[in-house]
Design a protein around this ligand. Structure first.
Ligand code: NAD
Length: 421
């Protein structure tokens, strides 16, 4: 049985909103605050004119949604994709608010996007889109206001163009205006591995609860991009046994453990894990149901649903991807006693090190990789403990506990700041 149509169609906005409501009910949040926190603070829609290489003008739609400015500037990525919608950006912006609050960093949530197909754009066109988009939202971004970062199809180069455009307008270099920049342009050490490293940190904490250690703990990773490949590499190096990996093209399993370094070499060459000789091939659809102790989905949303949640063998689920589990699957996993480390905690390593990048840029003083990793560990371990404690006190699962904790922190700021009239 696969995902139901309703599950497949459930947008990030809908599932985030449903989880917000469930947590707000448990918190007995008053109606006024609930209405306030449910809707974004600001939504910006721009129509960007860009001279294309063929000599004609095209207009691209762009969005920036700032969900919350209650705890500090807003923070969140910018995606370039043909199917970007305002609804999707709205949902992702709200999720960023809860993610920043869970790890207790002084940001609210935002997200942005430009409707374009980067595969069909030249480098010059991409640069002109980036610069004009930045110029159009310029009054609303900046180190004290809203700090963009890379997301789907945007990278260090695009962040460098955004930072330069912002800096040209304000007439001086402002590295803290965006994060995810190249290292020599105010980027942070450890940023590339941060999300994968964060997954390992919370997995270590989950293991401790079961009185287990890393050694020989069997892990399956779905997705071998930035998050999945770094998590697999770091966990392999730390003593975990990676027994299965899949990407969109294919999968590979080996109950004795995969040689992740060789797999990385293979996937660099072949652009997929498919065809790796160090294990047995497997259909990517089946990877989530294989024998393992830890399942780490790091690909895309809604992959664990009502149709397969009962067949997940892992006792620990570490959500590297955003929204990999549908609310229906959540109930099944919870009933079966699977220990879920929810996405807003598990993959918060990326935004946490982005916060470190912003701090370092503002200080003009850069930390060693060890310092970055040590501080990341401290923040994620504290957040993990907070959530487990919160869940125990309120008798709710980890996901609802994470949302409750986050909503409580944002509500605290809103109550104390009051409503400006
Ligand atoms: P990526 O594009 O680098 O990699 C995605 C990987 O998933 C690829 O290997 C792709 O082949 C695979 N994939 C896609 N669909 C699949 C499917 N149906 N079955 C199996 N494999 C599939 O993306 P990423 O940056 O690694 O992000 C992965 C997830 O983590 C996303 O949900 C993203 O929103 C989330 N996330 C990423 C970061 C970050 O720092 N990159 C931070 C927080 C959350």
């Amino acid at each position: 049985m696969g995902a139901t149509d309703a599950e497949k169609e459930q947008s990030v906005y809908e599932s985030t909103a449903a989880r917000f409501d469930a947590a707000a009910d448990k918190l007995k949040l008053d109606d006024g605050l609930r209405k306030y926190m449910r809707c974004p603070n600001r939504e910006i829609i721009v129509h960007i004119p860009v001279e294309m290489d063929r000599g004609e003008l095209d207009i691209f739609d762009g969005y920036r949604v700032q969900h919350s400015l209650a705890r500090g500037p807003s923070k969140g990525g910018i995606r370039f994709a043909p199917n970007v919608t305002l609804d999707e950006i709205r949902g992702l912006a709200a999720e960023m608010t809860w993610k920043c609050a869970v790890v207790n960093i002084p940001f609210g949530g935002a997200k942005g996007g430009v409707v374009c197909d980067p595969e069909k754009l030249s480098r010059g066109e991409l640069e002109r889109i980036t610069r004009r988009y930045t110029a159009e939202i310029l009054d609303y971004i900046g180190p004290e206001r809203d700090v963009p970062a890379p997301d789907m199809n945007t990278d260090e180069q695009i962040m460098a163009w955004m930072m330069d455009t912002y800096s040209m307008h304000v007439r001086h270099t402002v590295t803290a205006s965006v994060t995810g920049k190249p290292l020599d342009l105010g980027g942070s050490r450890g940023r590339r591995e941060a999300t994968g490293r964060g997954c390992m940190i919370v997995c270590d904490q989950a293991l401790k609860r079961f009185g287990r250690t890393r050694d020989g703990t069997r892990v399956i990773v779905q997705g071998f991009g930035n998050v999945g490949s770094q998590a697999a590499r770091l966990m392999h190096e730390a003593g975990y046994k990676i027994v299965g990996v899949a990407d969109v093209h294919g999968g590979v399993v080996n109950s004795r453990g995969l040689d992740v370094h060789a797999l990385l070499d293979h996937s660099r060459e072949a652009k997929t894990v498919k065809g790796f000789a160090g294990g047995e091939p497997i259909d990517p659809e089946e990877i989530l149901e294989q024998e393992c102790d830890v399942l780490l989905p790091a690909a895309t949303e809604n992959v664990i649903h009502g149709g397969n949640a009962a067949r997940v063998k892992a006792s620990i689920l570490v959500e590297g991807a955003n929204s990999p589990t549908t609310p229906h699957a959540d109930e099944i996993l919870f009933d079966r006693g699977v220990f879920v480390v929810p996405d807003i905690l598990a993959n918060a390593g990326g935004v946490t090190v982005s916060y470190f990048e912003w701090v370092q840029d503002r200080q003009g003083y850069f930390w060693s990789e060890n310092d970055v990793n040590r501080r990341l560990r401290r923040i994620q371990v504290a957040a993990f403990d907070d959530i487990v404690r919160y869940g125990k006190n309120h008798k709710v699962n980890n996901r609802i506990a994470a949302y409750m904790l986050a909503i409580d922190r944002v509500a605290f700021s809103l109550r104390h700041r009051g409503i400006y009239a």
